[in-house]
Design a protein around this ligand. Sequence first.
Ligand code: ZN
Length: 249
Amino acid sequence: MLEILLLGTAGARYVVAKQLRASAGILFNLEGKYLLFDPGPGTLVHLAKRKIYPEKIKTLIVSHKHLDHSADLNIMVDALTEGTFKKRGKVFFTEETLKEGLLLNYLKEALEEVVILRPKENYKDGPFVFRTTSQLKHTAENYGFIFELGDKKLGIITDTAYFPELSEEFKDCQYLIINVVRYEPKEGVLHLSVPEVKILLKELRPELTIITHFGMTMLKANPFKVAQSLSSELGLKVLAAYDGMRLGL
Ligand SMILES: [Zn+2]
C-alpha cells in the first residue's frame, strides 16, 4: 500500500508567504521507502515535527522550479546525505530547475544521481515507478506525474492552466491529486480553478480525487465545502486536503 502524507497544502504566493497553510510538499511511503514530492518552504520543519528523519528519504521529485515546490530542496539534500558525508539519494527535476541553479553544486556531488525529467518518460527508483506527462501549461517547465500502484495508477496534476488535452494525459488514473489554486478561473493565471477541475473530473471519473495546493480564493471558499459540492454534483469521491492529512492507496 502507498501511504501518502500531505505535509503541506498551500499554493500561490499569498498563502505560502503568510503560511496560512504549510507548503511542505507530499511524502510517499511505499514498502518502507520514502519519496518526497515538491519540497516547498518548511518541508524540513514539518518532517522534523512528525519525527520523520530526512536521511530516510532517498527519492526527491521537484515538479518545477517555483519556490513553493523547491525551496527546501538544498536543505533536504544536505540532511539526507548527512552533510554530504554519505553519497546517497536521487533527485528528479526539470532541466530548467537545474539551469536556474536551484540545487547547489557541492550538494549535487553528494547525490547518487540527478535525473532530468523529460516529457512522457518512464522512471524508477526503488519501489517507485512513475512517468511524466507532456509538458503542462505553466509559467515554468512543468510535468504531471503518473505513479504505478499495482494494477492502478495515481496521477498528480501539478501547476497548470486548463487545456482540453489535459484529461487525455491522465485518462488511465484511478486516483488523482490535483493542484487547485483558484476558485474561479482568471485570465492570464496559469493555474487550475474549480470549474475546470469539474470538467476534468466529468471526463476522467476517478475513484478518488484529492484537491490541494490552495490559493487564497480557495481558502475563502472553504476547500471542504468545494470538495463536498464536487462530490455530490458529480457522484464521485472528492476530498479536500489539509495539512498533515494521511491516506493509504
Ligand atoms: Zn508553479
